[in-house]
Design a protein around this ligand. Sequence first.
Ligand SMILES: Cc1cc2nc3c(=O)[nH]c(=O)nc-3n(C[C@H](O)[C@H](O)[C@H](O)COP(=O)(O)O)c2cc1C
Ligand code: SF4
Length: 465
Amino acid sequence: MSVESVQYLPGKQPHARERRLTFRNVDRAGFDPSIECYLRDGGYEQLHKAVTMERQAIINEVKASGLRGRGGAGFPTGVKWGFIPPTNTKPVYLICNADESEPGTFKDRYIMHQDPHQLVEGMVISCFAVKASLAYIYIREEFPEAAKILEKALDEARAKNFLGKNILGSGYDLEIYIHRGAGAYICGEETGLIESLEGKRPYPRIKPPYFPAALGLYMCPTIVNNVESLCHVKHIIAMGGAEYAKLGTPNNTGTRILCVSGDVQRPGYFEVEVGKVTMGEVINDMCGGMKSGRTLKAIIPGGSSAKVLRADEKFKLKDGRELGIMDIPMDFDTMAACGSMAGSGGVIIMDDSRSMSWVLNNLNAFYAHESCGQCTPCREGSLWMKKISDRIVAGNASPSDVDELERLANNIEGRTICAFGEACSWPTQSFVQKFREEMKAGTKSEIEDRIVAGETELAAAGLVG
Ligand SMILES: Cc1cc2nc3c(=O)[nH]c(=O)nc-3n(C[C@H](O)[C@H](O)[C@H](O)COP(=O)(O)O)c2cc1C
Ligand code: SF4
């Protein structure tokens, strides 16, 4: 059935600029999470096809597709799969990262709630390709309903022999278990997740040597992929890697889901070809523009860890082009060239009513709460930054506190075990660099200076004695 013939629920029609693959069945009229419904729609056909293929051929298709991980780092999925040592004799594991903990991101949950078999099919094909006989879905504690839906989907898949022993007569055995986290952002970081799955505190491991594809779960090769990434595998098998790579733009292939929140008329999720729509099209066409009477002030383009972009910035690219914020194509490489990242696809829009000190304080409170505490710069620094931004918001800070914030962030970045160090320092660095004057204007001596200046003016005008 073509995407065009698919009917969606009233008010949930995808935008004309969308190209739905992984979200094809989200909000679809008459579609439910049962296996019967999925099978009626051609479900598990790609698994039938995949188990007849050579494993390396599947990996080659994924490599040819150019798929880059949708969990945050944008690392090429096929390349990651190829990192499993060829001489490996240990068990191989696959973990689906369903932690979806990056603030501003809300996509994986819709797939798990509304189309769980798409994920199961994508996982079974992926496990077959990398020779994993045991896989886990690590799901955050806050998604109890999704965990139940997935449990049911796994039971249904087992009953139809899409899972379990001798899958579809291929001789291949696979079991998938759901593991519910206890609710911690750091469990989304793949090595913290692995520690948690092993029953320990989720202290991230240092890389190298603990790259999961070589030394992962129980020190065995482990592939960790995001929910959305694993769903794409099914579509790559259906289309072929080369055809899939025609979607999107070079080096930024396929589709991805953008989760838009904040000060726009119609926030929501949109699956688009990577790099085929600009930020301006997302805001103005897909989200109906800014809230009435308001203007754009800033955007966090890829989840809360991504560096903020100012509405009036100009971004100079290596090829000589200069882009305004509305001209940025929504892809991994251009967003990085503009000094931020496409990350997890969470686009947070802020208008001129927002206090940047308040926004940063909110982010700092989150990171200070979520640091696992293993490394001193992150543990102490994230809390210190939060305390300073508390003071700024309360109007009790001095102007030098704003510069101190930046100094602290610079001393966290690059000095920690895991990328949480960057995740917590990039917001502070970018907010201070781009909104320093606004943040200083709220500090104590600046406030006092303004009162004095105001009184002097009034006195000069003979209005006060
Ligand atoms: C602090 C932190 C939190 C993360 N949270 C998530 C998450 O919630 N979901 C996710 O898929 N990846 C998350 N990641 C990225 C994972 O470590 C890993 O790169 C990803 O799951 C790999 O899947 P992909 O290649 O399919 O993107 C996080 C990374 C960091 C540093
Ligand atoms: S950077 Fe932060 S979250 Fe990551 S290991 Fe160190 S203390 Fe833990």
